[in-house]
Design a protein around this ligand. Structure first.
Ligand SMILES: NC(=O)c1ccc[n+]([C@@H]2O[C@H](COP(=O)([O-])OP(=O)(O)OC[C@H]3O[C@@H](n4cnc5c(N)ncnc54)[C@H](O)[C@@H]3O)[C@@H](O)[C@H]2O)c1
Length: 312
């Protein structure tokens, strides 16, 4: 890849992705777009490419990039605070940004990998494994916008059958370069921070809700791999393992050498996913992707990084 575009590159996943692309393609021209609404320049330390400060939904893409044909576009930009309920703002910036990106990429049929979300599955019944062909059931406007991205991507690929537009439904991503997300950072980071301060880790009553926690290094691997997908498709991007909050606390205690008991609190949310679990069969069969970091390994690697014992 000689010319690569990444949107949302100052964010958590976008920065990990951008720095990995730079490592894998040292000769490539990497252009990134971000408007810093949730990201931070601190995530891009060491970035040698071109930073375009712009909102993807308001950018004049053709004026900005002329007819430059990128070899791949990775679209991570999105309002990511799922509690931001401004329906017009979320829909405008997330959906119209993607529509503009598709219009820009269509003449060259540039391969696009975009961030969809497990939130599109909504509230699954307990122990249900999430498969890509499950009907969407967005429970908030953020998830609604991701369903629209999937619809737009599918429609563009139907119109241009050889155009490779790949959506990745990220599950609960955790890993380095997420502290800027504050309350929206992963539960693993939240609990680690509480435990480091000597506090009991706070989780919703029972602590037995399970989530598919996926390490950002696996997310980056699949995102890059998806740019070479043979055809347009939507894939789950999880670890394939459902892990409870109690299990997570046990792993954090093990890695930190602490013995802090969970502090169970009432759950204030009416809409709360009891269980998420990615069926990773499609990504394995079609893209050869096998996650390298089940939660136990991912948490150990992440804690080592947070403790300064390993580089990110
Ligand atoms: N982290 C997760 O667990 C998770 C799960 C599912 C899906 N996702 C998706 O992955 C992508 C990356 O998420 P993240 O966790 O890195 O969040 P993040 O908030 O750290 O990153 C999002 C980045 O996009 C930028 N941005 C937002 N709207 C923009 C716009 N209109 N124009 C330009 N830049 C804009 C922000 O400034 C930020 O740098 C998002 O699309 C998100 O919806 C993340």
């Amino acid at each position: 890849m000689k010319n690569i575009l990444v949107t949302g590159a100052a964010g958590f996943i976008g920065s990990n992705l951008t720095l990995k692309l730079q490592e894998l393609h040292p000769e490539a021209r990497i252009v990134v777009v971000d408007d810093f609404r949730s990201g931070s320049f601190k995530n891009l330390q060491g970035f040698k490419g071109d930073f375009v400060a712009a909102d993807v939904s308001r950018l004049d893409w053709h004026k900005q990039f002329k007819d430059l044909a990128f070899d791949a576009i990775f679209h991570e930009a999105s309002i990511t605070d799922t509690t931001e309920h401004g329906q017009f703002l979320q829909s405008h910036d997330n959906i119209e940004g993607f529509r503009k990106l598709l219009e820009f990429a269509e003449p060259h049929q540039t391969p696009i990998v975009y961030a969809s979300s497990a939130a599109t599955y909504g509230i699954s019944s307990t122990a249900e494994v999430n498969r890509e062909d499950q009907p969407p059931a967005p429970a908030n406007v953020y998830a609604f916008t991701k369903v629209q991205l999937d619809n737009l991507g599918r429609a563009a690929a139907r119109k241009n059958p050889s155009w490779r537009i790949v959506g990745l439904r990220y599950f609960n991503v955790y890993g380095p370069r997420e502290p800027h997300k504050m309350a929206a950072a992963s539960m693993i980071f939240q609990l680690y921070t509480q435990m480091k301060a000597g506090k009991r880790p706070r989780v919703f009553r029972g602590g037995e809700h399970k989530r598919d926690f996926v390490y950002v290094k696996d997310v980056v691997t699949l995102t890059i791999r998806a740019a070479s997908a043979p055809k347009a498709a939507i894939y789950n991007c999880g670890s394939g393992v459902a892990f409870s909050f109690n299990e997570m606390i046990a792993e954090l205690n093990k890695n930190l050498g602490t013995n802090l008991e969970p502090d169970y609190i009432d759950n204030p949310y009416a809409f709360y996913q009891p269980h998420t679990e990615a069926d990773m069969t499609k990504a394995r069969v079609e893209l050869g992707h096998v996650p390298a970091f089940p939660p136990v390994l991912g948490i150990a690697d992440y804690v080592a990084i947070l403790e300064g014992k390993r580089a990110a």
